[in-house]
Write a protein that binds this ligand. Structure first.
Ligand code: CAA
Length: 383
């Protein structure tokens, strides 16, 4: 039996993908990461590099013109981009988050139209669930969609929308029957160009400064009825099923940020000399690096186990997605904080990338559900 499979070994194809994305990320994305953060500007260079190599939305199946990457390959792409620039890693990650509702529940026509456009690089996708008064309690949303003949008319406000304004397409969850709470929510595709769609000012954030986060306003936005994703009343379940899969990609982002910080700190302690020798020769420093690497590897194993479940569609994905996102993001926060510590005063300055990585890591404990919500999800879905 043991000859037939190779326990826990990543396939050669996945490793080749990792090597290719790493060299692309180092050559085309890393050089701009500090400037993107400093200026708070969208990483167009990253979008161009990713699109040019069919990596901007790798999860889109081949039948819709996509690269057809499996869940683990998607994780590896996001991890490697996040290793050099967390903001840029939100391009493949949020394209998956925004479009997965269509992929999971959309009609064949919606899939062909929107997944095709995404794969061809005609526009990015964002995901509109949260609202000013409905964050953790997503089912408490107020955005309304009312049927009018062959159209739906949307009114409301969505908040914390990643890549808002730069995305062409938006998956919007809205209330179609206020009496039914989560069962009265439906999902729609809205286009940036639809009349009545507008955006708030970019939020001024601690990290991921290259990825715009804005409110999205819907003011009597009239869309054709066939833009509903799946059946009426299934939008909340679709939104939650989507998050089961994409929390794994946030875990991937956390892994990448943490790996970037660990790699930098490892190099630094070899060069930096104090008391007549490299600081990496001191056991106190070695113990810190050992702990960082151990936590990162544990987080990676859990994330890859979750990715395998996402790919297979296993019933325990809800637990694993939440656990991977929660564990990897906590690990990333610890590892990036320790990496700053290893550089001492230098780590605290903007002359080194570690303070950026520490600021970027923080969001992974918050978005796609805070880590407190992940614990609620895990507790309700214990394996
Ligand atoms: N899969 C499929 N269906 C699901 C599901 C899942 N994982 N979870 C819930 N549902 C469905 C079920 O049909 C359920 O109905 P049943 O009673 O018939 O089972 C229905 O939804 C309602 O579920 P709950 O009773 O569990 O709902 P709740 O109101 O108690 O909320 C919650 C559950 C887990 C707290 C949920 O509100 C939640 O995940 N909150 C966090 C929201 C979140 O993650 N927001 C992040 C937004 S995305 C983002 O961050 C933006 C970005 O751009 C990066």
């Amino acid at each position: 039996m043991s000859q037939d499979f190779d326990l826990f070994r990543i396939s050669e194809e996945h490793e080749m993908l990792r090597a290719a994305v790493r060299s692309l990320a180092e050559a085309k994305i890393a050089p701009f990461a500090a400037d993107v953060d400093e200026q708070g500007r969208f990483p167009q260079e990253a979008l161009d590099a990713l699109r040019g190599n069919d990596l901007h939305a790798v999860h889109v199946p081949e039948e819709f013109g996509g690269a057809g990457a499996d869940a683990l390959a998607t994780v590896i792409v996001i991890e490697e981009v996040a290793r050099v620039c967390a903001s840029s890693s939100l391009i493949p990650a949020v394209n998956k988050l925004g479009s997965l509702p269509v992929q999971l529940s959309g009609s064949p026509e919606l899939k062909a139209k929107y997944l095709g456009a995404l794969a061809r690089g005609e526009g990015m996708f964002s995901y509109c669930l949260s609202e000013p008064e409905a964050g953790s309690d997503a089912a408490g949303m107020r955005t309304r969609a009312v049927r009018d003949g062959d159209s739906w008319v949307l009114n409301g406000v969505k908040r914390w929308i990643t890549n808002a304004g730069v995305s062409e397409f938006y998956t919007v969850m809205a209330v179609t029957d206020p009496e039914k709470r989560s069962k009265g929510i439906s999902a729609f595709v809205v286009e940036k160009g639809d009349a009545g769609v507008s955006f708030g000012a970019p939020e001024r954030k601690l990290g991921i400064k290259g990825s715009p986060t804005r409110e999205v306003y819907f003011d009597n936005v009239r869309i054709p009825a066939d833009r509903m994703i799946g059946a009426e009343g299934t939008g909340f379940a679709t939104a939650m099923r989507t998050l089961d899969h994409t929390r794994v990609t946030i875990a991937a982002q956390a892994l990448g940020i943490a790996q970037g910080a660990l790699d930098y700190a490892k190099g630094y302690v070899r060069e930096r000399r104090q008391f007549g020798k490299p600081i990496g020769d001191f056991q106190g420093v070695q113990f810190m690096l050992a702990d960082m690497a151990m936590k990162l590897e544990a987080a990676r194993q859990l994330t890859y186990a979750a990715a395998a479940r996402s790919q297979r569609g296993d019933g325990d994905l809800t637990f694993f997605g939440a656990a991977a996102k929660c564990f990897a993001s906590d690990a990333a926060m610890e590892i990036t904080t320790d990496a700053v510590q290893l550089l001492g005063g230098y780590g605290y300055t903007r002359d080194y990338p570690l303070e950026r990585m520490m600021r970027d890591a923080k969001i992974t404990q918050i978005y796609e559900g805070t880590n407190q919500i992940q614990r609620i999800v895990m507790a309700r879905n214990l394996p």
